[in-house]
Structures are given as C-alpha cells and as structure tokens.
Design a protein around this ligand. Structure first.
Ligand code: SAM
Length: 481
C-alpha cells in the first residue's frame, strides 16, 4: 500500500470499529477505517496516509448498498459528529451493541453460566435527549458557526435541526445564532484562549417539559444589560409563550495551572428545572422529583434512565434488602440511591462533584427522604476513611450510621472503577454488587478482578440509552460466591 493519498475501489466493509466507523481491509491486511460506511457496503474510498497502523478512508461512492442501511433523517448526518449510526437500521444497531457486550464479556460467557439478557431497546429513537451542548466557532474569515463538532474534526458545523433532541432545542439554537449575528462578539478559540462565546447548553425535564438554556462565555467581556435582555428575547422566540424556562449565563475562567472556575448567573426564570423519574421496580411504582441546576449531571435520556434503574433494581430481592445498608458509589445527584432508599434501611452515596452532592441534598428534602446520606469526595479515598475508622471525626460524617453494606451499586465514568476503588470494595465484601457502566470494556476488566477475588458474575443486561450512537449501557449483577 502506498503511503500517499490514494483511491481504493470495490472494498467491502466487514465490521464496525469500537467507535462505530466502518472497517475494511486491503489486500495486504491493512485496516481501513471509514466514516458513514456500514457493514456490507461495497464502496470506493479515498485513503489517507497510514497512522498508528490504521488507514483513514473517506467514502466517495457506494457501489452496492448494504441491506442494513437506513435513510438518515437528519440532513447534517454525514458531516456531524453528534451521531454515527442514523444510516444503520435500528434493529442492527441493537445487534451491534449486544455483540459488543458479548465480545467484552467473551471469557465469562464461554466459561461460566452467566445469564445474558436481550438488550433493552429504546422507546424513542429520536428526540430522546434531555440535554445538548452546542459550540460556537469562527473560521479565519470570521464566519460564525453555532452547532456540533464535525465527525473526526475540530470544526463546528451549523445545525438547523438535531433529531436527537426535541425540536425546540434547534429553534433556540437558531435564535441564539440570530442574536449573535447582531453583535460583534467573537467565538472562543481553544487554541489561543481568545474570544467570548464558548458553548450553549440546553436542557429539558422530559416528564415536566421544564426548559433551561445556559450560555457559557469566557471572561473576556461582561455582557451589557441590553445584550443580555436581547439574548433573553431571542431565546423566548424559540419556545411557546406559556413554556417555563430558566436562562443562565456562565462565565468560565480557565487559566493555565489553575483550577477552572465557573461563575453562573440566573438571568431569567427559576434557578433550576425539575424532572420527575417514574420508576417501576420490585412490584412498586415510585415517582421522585429531581431539581436539576445548570451544572448538575442528570442521565441524558430520562425515559431510558427510568428503564435502566427499574431493570437494575429488579435484580434484587425485596425481602432480602429491606434491612440492608447500601453504598451508591459514583452516585451523581443520587438518583439510584434515592430510589433504593424506598426499599432499604440506609443508603450512603459517594460522589466527587460538590455541586452534584449539593443538588442531591436538595433532592432528598424535595422527596422527603431521610435514610440517604451523600459524601463528597473520591470513592477510593472516602472508602479508605470509612473502612479505617468507624468513628471518623470529620463533621461531614458525624451522623453517619456506618455499617458494612450488604449491597454496593457502582456507576463509574468510562474509565471504570480504578484500582483503589476495587481494593476497597474487596475489603468491604458486600453480598451483592450491581455494576452499571457506559463502557463494557472497562466494566469487564473490573469484573474480572472481582471474580478472581470471590465474586461470581450472575447477570448481564445491556440497555440502549443512545440510539444512533455506538454507546451502550450495561448492567452486571455479581454475587459473593
Ligand atoms: C456515569 S455518572 C453516574 C451518575 C449517577 N449514578 C446517575 O445515574 O445519575 C458517574 C459519576 O461519577 C462521578 N465520579 C467520577 N469520578 C469519581 C470518583 N473518583 N469518585 C467519586 N465520584 C466520581 C462523576 O462526577 C459522575 O457524577
């Protein structure tokens, strides 16, 4: 294979990469990765220079369309990095995700009798997101762009309609772009750190229809009251007059070798929006309210989060857990723990982000939950402290009714549990562990360590939270052998 740009014709896409791109192989066995190409397509592609053992190809022509192809709904699909699989039939997306979990847990599936459940499909495959973040950008000619990042590039493309989120998100996006056209503000440039407008975050309470918009700026300039007033008016143009909306400005101050700080101002409406989670688990229907602030994390697909939590907790025995102490590790705003608090004696949650902990405390009050406690810090460090001393003197822990948990729920970020957390879980030795993950690869690695140390993997249950993307959520249930 030549190292320069070249064409390759009649190449068949054989599989998907871990990021959902089409993968083909040339006659010399070189791996070629091609965006927007899907398994079974026969294509002509332009190839770039081989880097790190992989050749990147650009789809020029489809000679034979794969039977797995679907017509993308979105006009931006080919360029936009927001989703990767709108051109793949949904049923096939599910199959690919299920296969990914099977591959990640191949050794367990081959050697143990783990129960592998069929992937839980999404009810809504469009307009399911409750949060989107759009970026501002300008090119050298100062043309303004407000939208999503291009596939495989750092450029931003204008978005007229994003079908992953409700229609009003796109209307507000266009209105904010119109507002920007009236003023001479520059987009923030990540390379030189100059410019004002950074990002636009839009959120919705899916079960309440509460709306939120936050414009994030650098500290280059303070918006005048007229500029703010106009911004509010433009945003209001994008929604119905009787809609409830909260609008925020956030000044992000990022200085080299200093912690990034955020100064958030509420310029219109309430300080938070409310979302309701409707959970059907262990033969009970539970409704919990959650206040969501401009900076707080909430699962981005409310309806599938309801299914994810309901399904995960259904793997518990209601009678067995009623006197249990439960640890909810990597708890975010404590959603899983607060649902569980209805069934157990006490839940202790641990979360790194202070804002999420504050929001969890508000949400406890809102739902009148008394048997839930959230501790702010790194899971591994806090477990160290809890394990080493039952009478820990830090005032944060004063009321902590620490008892060895019978059940530990973990829902870590993509990197997984990391060594310190696993070691501590193995010191606690709960009877059961429910491990929810958005990355089956790190999840399988962590579970391997747990099973080498006395646990048995009982159940795997993938859940599709993000249709048209390659992302997959996976529930694993482990029991002490
Ligand atoms: C995938 S989210 C899960 C949130 C929550 N379980 C939910 O469903 O809303 C992972 C959470 O772990 C938190 N986190 C990341 N690293 C952490 C650490 N080392 N210690 C504690 N929390 C951490 C993040 O701030 C985030 O809220």
């Amino acid at each position: 294979m030549s190292q320069k740009k070249s064409l390759i014709s009649e190449i068949t896409i054989e599989k998907f990469s871990k990021k959902g791109e089409g993968v083909a192989f040339d006659d010399n066995g070189n791996k070629i990765v091609i965006d927007n190409a899907i398994i079974g397509d026969v294509i002509v592609a332009e190839l770039k220079k081989k880097r790190k053992g992989i050749i990147k190809g650009f789809l020029l022509e489809i000679l034979t369309k794969s039977p797995l192809r679907d017509e993308p709904k979105c006009s931006h699909f080919e360029m936009c990095g927001g989703c990767r699989w709108q051109n793949l039939k949904y049923i096939e997306q599910l199959k690919q995700k299920e296969n990914f979990v099977i591959q990640s847990f191949h050794d367990f599936i081959k050697t143990t009798n783990v129960e592998l459940h069929k992937i839980l499909s999404s009810d809504e495959i469009f307009e399911y997101r409750n949060k989107m973040e759009f970026s501002f950008s300008q090119n050298q000619k100062k043309t303004k762009f407000l939208g999503l990042i291009m596939k495989g590039k750092r450029f931003v493309i204008d978005i007229e309609r994003c079908y992953l989120a409700p229609a009003w998100f796109s209307k507000v996006l266009i209105e904010v772009k119109n507002w920007w056209e009236k003023f001479d503000f520059s987009a923030f440039n990540y390379f030189n750190g100059e410019g004002l407008l950074r990002s636009l975050t839009i959120k919705e309470g899916k079960n309440t229809q509460d709306k939120m918009v936050m414009l994030t700026l650098s500290d280059e300039k303070i918006l005048s009251s007229i500029e703010k007033e106009e911004l509010i008016q433009y945003i209001l143009n994008g929604i119905n007059s009787d809609d409830k909306i909260s609008i925020f400005l956030c000044v992000q101050i990022a200085k080299k070798s200093q912690k990034t700080t955020f100064d958030v101002q509420n310029i219109y409406g309430q300080k938070y929006i409310t979302e309701i989670l409707k959970i059907n688990t262990l033969n009970e229907n539970i409704e919990l309210k959650f206040q969501i602030g401009p900076m707080s994390f909430f699962q981005p697909n409310t309806h599938m989060a309801q299914k994810l939590y309901s399904t995960a907790l259904n793997y518990l025995d209601k009678d067995e857990i009623k006197n249990s102490v439960v640890f909810d590790l990597y708890s975010g705003t404590g959603t899983i723990g607060m649902i569980l608090s209805k069934f157990v004696k006490k839940v202790i949650a641990i979360e790194l982000e202070k804002d999420a902990c504050e929001m969890a405390k508000e949400n406890m009050k809102l739902n009148d939950i008394k048997n839930f406690e959230i501790l702010n810090g790194d899971v591994s460090n806090i477990l160290d402290e809890l394990i080493s001393s039952k009478d820990f003197k830090n005032p944060d822990f004063e009321n902590l009714d620490f008892a060895k948990p019978d059940l530990v729920i973990v829902d870590p970020p993509r990197c997984g549990l990391l060594e310190g957390a696993i070691k501590n879980i193995l010191k606690i030795l709960p009877q059961k562990i429910i491990y929810i993950s958005c990355n089956p690869i790190t999840q399988a690695e962590d579970i391997k360590i747990l099973t080498e140390n006395g646990y048995k993997l009982m159940i795997l249950h993938p859940v599709d939270q993000f249709s048209h993307t390659f992302h997959i959520e996976n529930i694993a249930v482990l029991k002490r052998a």
